[in-house]
Design a protein around this ligand. Structure first.
Ligand code: NG1
Length: 458
């Protein structure tokens, strides 16, 4: 491989130099060597898909709302070689993820919920259905190991990064004409295969991310894309100069494939059904953002049970199609809807604040978003609360909040550039003392979106 070509490419994708670049080069070279050891000499295509940190707009995407994520420089790497048949063989640099293999078809039987192969199978099944038949398979080695990989279950979207990485591999090796928004949209649908009914934020930012920018994405599709295709309005919003986006990982892990995530999705859908009594035209909570909360609140009971919903002609079981189910008959509709509706408005205000360089206002919105996620959406944990409190206490922290799905994972903070070292020291030490856990704290260096990195041989 031409080392200088790889170095130039990595510089462009990750915006790094010096020691950081040397570390990345070593990661790629080790991956290549491991691929050669696993599958033998020959050609190799290297592809990548980043994780993300969401600045603001939590649990809004599946309600057709607004989000503002940033693509991380932490990513999933795929070292791949096309095969003449439809088989996919997957190895992983982390021994905990044992090898998997499947045949690409219209109907690939899922592995048990949570199995890592499902992310590859979901991408392969969807692309075979929509871009096939006859997509060729590949042999691949996956690398999402620390410190360069996307931490799993941390709310940094490791699952979508893997789905997207598998999709870009299939696209590249089959020469498919599928990219940008259309690819992101396909990846969003592909991930339903694993049993969640999440939104499209993670796949979009993994594909459309740009260094130095957050992606302001409107998760409501219009049909004015090419040939009537679905189109999601988006624009790149520059990150504020003089400030760092800092992520602190609580080390408490959560999986969206459990019931909590789907329960929140369902509570939002129940809210829409109840609001339809007064506003028959609405289809998503997004449709009522502009209405005063005082008008909406009386239509949304604080708590409602399945029996009462059925009496009103609403069958909660029919509103969720994930197969996982809500596994409850008690729904906290009012507070969940209040979070989504106010959060959408906070995203709009955040974009306006960032575009006029107003870090103060953006910081306030981060703090308000956290309170809403904690009190109304109830997705915080004691560890996350500790991290947020410690982060807010550091001078130079404009605002901090939990990021991602919640129930553990990470916080994100906007911190004055010159205070980031103090932030890491103070928050890390305080967190260790109070919880006995070792928070992983890092400055988010935003990177480019997913795609092919380089073609080479081993
Ligand atoms: P994470 O944080 O990666 O678990 C999930 C959803 C997002 C979004 C957020 C909450 C998937 C694949 N991801 O992300 O779409 O709803 O939660 O804002 O479902």
């Amino acid at each position: 491989m031409h080392t200088s070509e790889l170095a130039t490419t990595l510089q462009r994708l990750y915006g790094t130099n010096g020691e950081a670049l040397a570390g990345l080069m070593a990661r790629y070279e080790q991956g290549l060597a491991a691929f050669g050891a696993e599958y033998g000499p020959g050609e190799v295509v290297i592809l990548r898909a980043p994780g993300r940190v969401n600045l603001i707009g939590e649990h809004t995407d599946y309600n057709h709302g607004y989000v503002l994520p940033v693509a991380l420089d932490k990513d999933v790497l795929v070292f791949a070689r096309p095969r003449p048949d439809q088989q996919v063989r997957l190895a992983n640099v982390e021994p905990a993820f044992t090898s998997r293999s499947f045949i690409i078809s219209h109907d690939i039987s899922p592995c048990p919920i949570g199995d890592w192969a499902n992310y590859a199978q979901g991408a392969a099944q969807l692309l075979e259905r929509e871009q096939g038949p006859g997509l060729r398979g590949f042999d691949a080695l996956i690398d999402s190991a620390p410190p360069y990989g996307v931490p799993r279950g941390a709310g940094l979207s490791s699952s979508s990064a893997l789905t997207v990485a598998m999709a870009v591999t299939l696209v590249a090796l089959n020469g498919l004409n599928l990219q940008g928004e259309a690819l992101a949209d396909a990846c969003g649908r592909a991930e339903w295969y694993v049993g969640t009914r999440g939104g499209i934020m993670d796949q979009f930012i993994s594909i459309l991310g740009q260094p130095g920018h957050a992606l302001f994405l409107d998760c409501r599709p219009t049909t004015d894309g090419p040939a009537g295709a679905r189109h999601y309005p988006f624009r790149q919003v520059p990150l504020p100069t003089g400030y760092a986006v800092v992520v602190a990982d609580s080390q408490v892990r959560h999986r969206n494939t459990g019931p909590h995530f789907n329960r929140r999705v369902l509570e939002g859908r129940i809210g829409v059904r109840l609001l339809q009594a007064r506003y028959p035209g609405i289809t998503h909570l997004r449709d009522v953002n502009h209405l005063p909360w005082d008008e909406l609140e009386p239509l949304l009971p604080e708590v409602i049970h399945t029996d009462e919903l059925r009496a009103r002609g609403i069958d909660p079981d029919a509103l969720l199609d994930s197969g996982v189910g809500a596994q409850t008959d008690t729904f906290y509709v009012r507070r969940r809807c209040r979070h989504v509706i106010t959060e959408n408005n906070r995203v709009l205000e955040s974009v306006a604040a960032l575009e006029r360089g107003d870090a103060q206002t953006f910081g306030r919105l981060l703090r308000e978003a956290h309170a809403s996620a904690r009190d109304d959406y109830e997705i915080s944990t004691p560890e996350i609360e500790t991290l947020v409190r410690l982060a807010q206490a550091v001078p130079g922290t404009m605002g901090a909040r939990l990021t991602g799905a919640g129930w553990g994972g990470c916080i994100v903070a906007l911190v004055r550039q010159e205070e980031t070292a103090r932030f890491a020291e103070q928050v890390g030490a305080g967190y260790a003392q109070e919880t006995g856990l070792d928070a992983q704290i890092f400055v988010c260096h935003s990177a480019a979106g997913a795609g092919e990195v380089i073609r080479t041989t081993v």
